[in-house]
Design a protein around this ligand. Structure first.
Ligand SMILES: [Ca+2]
Ligand SMILES: [Ca+2]
Ligand SMILES: [Ca+2]
Length: 125
């Protein structure tokens, strides 16, 4: 008789799937394996910026000479941070950022993807 799948991190019924049927919130992680983490973002942007986390605005702070720190308690899964930087001299813009999880910036389960959108306005050829 085949074992019944349980939510425990193992493939109890031997079908090659771990904890299948236990993801009621459909975030790709079995609900018994979900956890919360203290996540900190440290960021500086030249010159001004705004941003979001999971679609909610981040209270953006100072310019390029100031590092802002934001802290959130987040659950397992993917969270999206966006940053929109602007140079007030219309010259060059950049940002430097790091993400810490539970106070450890080297934690292997922290993945960071940067998505850069560049807007080039129209001009006469
Ligand atoms: Ca299974
Ligand atoms: Ca299981
Ligand atoms: Ca889940």
């Amino acid at each position: 008789m085949r074992a019944v799948e349980e939510c425990d991190g193992d493939d109890n019924d031997g079908d090659g799937l771990v904890d299948e049927g236990f993801d009621e919130d459909h975030n790709g992680i079995a609900d018994c394996m979900q956890s919360t983490y203290d996540v900190a973002l440290h960021i500086t942007v030249d010159d001004i910026w705004d941003g979001t986390i999971d679609g909610e605005p981040i209270e953006a702070g100072g310019g390029w000479s100031h590092v802002d720190t934001f802290e959130w308690e987040l659950s397992s899964g993917i969270h999206v941070i966006t940053v929109h930087g602007e140079d007030i001299g219309e010259d060059i813009t950049a940002f430097i950022a790091s993400v810490e999880i539970d106070g450890d910036p080297t934690r292997p389960r922290c993945r960071f993807h940067a998505f850069i959108e560049v807007f080039l306005e129209g001009r006469l050829a």
